[in-house]
Design a protein around this ligand. Structure first.
Ligand code: SF4
Length: 315
């Protein structure tokens, strides 16, 4: 797989673009994830023409459409930022991004929980940065996260699963335009989809069953929308446990009674929170190889991202 293209707030890459001339280098993003990702840096404040260093800014006014205002001199930068951001998202549309990582707590780049001040100077942490809001409105289905949330193992896992799945989907489409591509992708991702949303699993199955009756473009667009909606929904221990039991069904005839007992025991340990998901997955992958199970061998759920990212390792 080629590297995945992700937008990112420039200061997270260690560039000195912050208001104080500093940066917010995040090594998890540059070193660990960076091996699989090509970043497209975006610093809204510098790219809309503000200097380094510069006066700090904050959001004030209405929660849904706050103003971006300098803290001491009270200059309103909203129009300048909005004009630039609208041009920027159009340009980013040509970059084939699979997602964006925003800098948290920024009135320009923060994707949520940004302080918005009222006229009395009292703030609530419920705002969205001006650029982040315009970006997410322009690309509503694209995976987005901020660097703070990505330090939570579950949120990180979900984001990485989403960007890898979107990349695999785009690569599949790039090879050849045909209904068979959608059917093949769906077949390989059934268990993956089931682990995120049993409801979407049903809906996508129905869509793929009608594939030959739909115009190709409509099939692509409806499938991609459902795929991205699905991946937004997080996997849970309960959903994963169901998928693991489902997988076990494929081995019914082949596993010895000892192997069945061992696998059931490991799934139960996972369900009770004693061991991470990687443990039953590793055991299942061992049986997939041992019994050469063709359907399971191709399932993205069993190998959704490189092992080096150490996902599915938390309890
Ligand atoms: S938070 Fe956003 S606007 Fe601020 S320095 Fe980083 S990239 Fe630039």
């Amino acid at each position: 797989m080629e590297k995945i293209k992700l937008g990112i707030s420039t200061c997270l890459l260690g560039e000195n673009v912050r208001y104080d001339g500093g940066h917010k280098l995040d090594r998890l993003l540059t070193e660990t994830l960076g091996r699989y990702v090509d970043y497209v840096p975006v610093c809204p404040e510098v790219e809309c023409g503000l200097s380094i260093p510069r006066e700090t800014m904050h959001l004030e006014g209405n929660l849904d459409s706050p103003r971006l205002v300098t803290t001491h001199t009270k200059q309103d930068m909203t129009n300048r930022m909005v004009r630039w951001a609208k041009r920027c998202v159009k340009e980013l549309g040509r970059e084939d991004l699979c997602g964006f990582i925003f800098k948290s707590n920024s009135p320009s780049s923060g994707m949520g929980r940004i302080r918005v001040y009222n006229e009395k100077g009292i703030s609530v942490k419920k705002g969205v940065g001006i650029f982040a809001r315009i970006f997410m409105g322009h690309f509503p289905l694209l995976p987005v996260e901020d660097e703070g949330r990505l330090h939570d193992p579950e949120l990180r896992e979900n984001f990485i699963e989403r960007i890898f799945a979107l990349k695999r989907w785009r690569e599949a489409l790039a090879k050849k335009e045909s209904r068979g591509v959608v059917v093949d992708f769906h077949t390989k991702h059934k268990l993956f989809i089931l682990s995120h949303s049993p409801r979407h699993y049903q809906a996508m199955g129905r869509l793929v069953a009608q594939a030959k009756d739909l115009p190709l473009k409509e099939l692509y667009s409806r499938y991609q929308t459902l795929l991205m909606e699905t991946l937004k929904l997080k996997t849970t221990v309960k959903k994963n446990s169901n998928v693991l039991m489902h997988i076990m069904g494929y081995f019914k005839e082949q596993l010895s009674s000892d192997e069945k007992k061992e696998l059931l025991g490991v799934i139960d340990f996972y369900r009770k929170g004693h061991i991470p998901l990687i443990v039953p997955i590793t055991l299942i992958n061992h049986y997939v190889r041992k019994y050469d199970q063709p359907y399971l061998k191709q399932q993205g759920y069993l190998n959704p991202h490189p092992l080096e990212l150490q996902l599915r390792n938390h309890v």
